[in-house]
Ligand binder design. Structure first.
Ligand SMILES: N[C@@H](CCC(=O)N[C@@H](CS)C(=O)NCC(=O)O)C(=O)O
Length: 217
């Protein structure tokens, strides 16, 4: 079964798919995309959003990271699933993964793209969301219990973006959410995660370039 991933190394969404492929032991071809000059393959495989990641399985594209993660979880079902088997628990997992997209990614973006009041709103919004996630994690090692699961995969890529958020926003996530950072470190003990996450410094350099283009540097 031929698998290709169209991706960019620093994409938190791409990291989700990479972690899942690693978790399931799927061998795949990795194809780094230039998002400033999108190639014909990306435009053909994701004509609607024209974004990475795109998982291509036997020539057919699966777009949107969380959908790709669920697809891999269903197709490579020889390994233990990321999503819980109970329908209610599964719905809860999907709820929190969706929350990450709406309430972590968007305020996080403001920490490196905005100034003044908008930057403050981004920082406050991000911390509020991370505290809610900390509450949901509780005393469990991982969101879905004692092993890496769907919500962990949805959230952990942002750990490699935290350094950028903190540096440009001038605040400390660990000071506000120590239990969440302990969870990040626990996730990093999984090879699937440590292999898939971009180096925080690489993300920082990437964000610095974008800030220069936005006239913020
Ligand atoms: N909701 C999408 C988000 C994907 C996304 O925003 N990808 C970014 C890279 S991190 C992208 O391809 N941006 C290119 C563009 O917007 O033109 C997912 O979960 O896959």
């Amino acid at each position: 079964m031929a698998v290709t991933l169209l991706d960019t190394r620093v994409s938190p969404f791409g990291m989700r798919v990479r972690i899942t492929l690693e978790e399931k032991g799927v061998t795949y071809e990795y194809s780094e995309q230039d998002l400033r000059n999108k190639g014909p393959m990306l435009l053909e495989m994701n004509p609607v959003y024209k974004k990475v990641p795109v998982l291509i399985h036997n020539g057919k594209p699966i777009c949107e990271s969380l959908i790709a993660v669920q697809y891999i979880d269903e197709v490579w079902n020889n390994k233990s699933p990321l999503l819980p088997s109970d329908p209610y628990q599964r719905a809860q997992s999907r709820f929190w993964a969706d929350f990450v997209d709406n309430k972590v990614y968007f305020p996080g973006r403001k920490t490196w793209t905005k100034k003044g009041q908008e930057l403050e709103a981004g920082k406050n919004g991000l911390i509020e969301s991370l505290k809610l996630l900390e509450g949901e994690l509780g005393d469990k090692p991982y969101f879905e219990g004692d092993k890496l699961g769907y919500v962990d995969v949805a959230l952990i890529p942002f750990y490699s973006w935290f350094h950028g958020y903190e540096t440009f926003g001038n605040f400390s996530i660990e000071a506000e959410c120590p239990k969440l950072i302990a969870w990040c470190k626990r996730c990093m003990q999984n090879e699937s995660v440590s292999k898939s996450l971009a180096d925080p410094q690489e993300v920082y350099v990437f964000l610095m370039e974008l800030r220069k283009k936005l006239g913020l540097e």
